[in-house]
Design a protein around this ligand. Structure first.
Ligand SMILES: [Ca+2]
Ligand SMILES: [Ca+2]
Length: 156
């Protein structure tokens, strides 16, 4: 994710928050939902229950050890790949991700990661998913319903 690697950083940050992943690195849908909930709470810096693009950008920056994120600015805080991930979770298109949206999105993402549909996601499957997201500019099958980030506002 980050620019393409930003997505990777977010995932790594989430992975560092137990109990997302068992000792063997496998994840189940319930643990994915728990991890997504924790990640939501960690990204929600002002604790208003919603994650904004700016909050996500700040979190990802910290996950990257404070390195600035290429392509970010105040108006467009998320580069394309995490921007698409954000848009996919923000199902009501109100510009922020509620906890309910996070909880709804987690099983969808898990299903995309679980390529062989055995109910667990291995580290290999997780990395393969990330690679698909990155290779496709943040728009893999299943995230196709996410609208493109809004273009810059028309200037007079
Ligand atoms: Ca917030
Ligand atoms: Ca929303």
């Amino acid at each position: 994710m980050l620019p393409l690697l930003l997505l990777f950083a977010v995932t790594q940050a989430a992975a560092s928050a137990p109990p997302r992943i068992a000792l063997d690195g496998r994840e189940t849908e319930p643990s994915a939902v728990v991890a997504a909930t924790r990640l939501h709470q960690r990204m929600d810096a002002n604790h208003d229950g919603y994650v904004t693009p700016q909050e996500m950008a700040t979190f990802v920056t910290h996950a990257m050890n404070g390195l600035p994120i290429p392509g970010t600015d105040a108006a467009h805080p998320l580069p394309p790949v995490p921007g698409r991930v954000f848009a996919a979770a923000n199902s009501d298109h109100d510009g922020r991700i509620s906890l309910a949206e996070t909880i709804a999105e987690a099983p969808r993402t898990f299903a995309l990661e679980d390529v062989n549909h055995d109910g667990t996601v291995t580290p290999d499957e997780r990395m393969a998913f990330l690679k698909r997201v990155i290779d496709d500019g943040g728009n893999p099958p299943g995230l196709a319903h996410a609208p493109s980030p809004k273009p810059p506002a028309a200037r007079r």
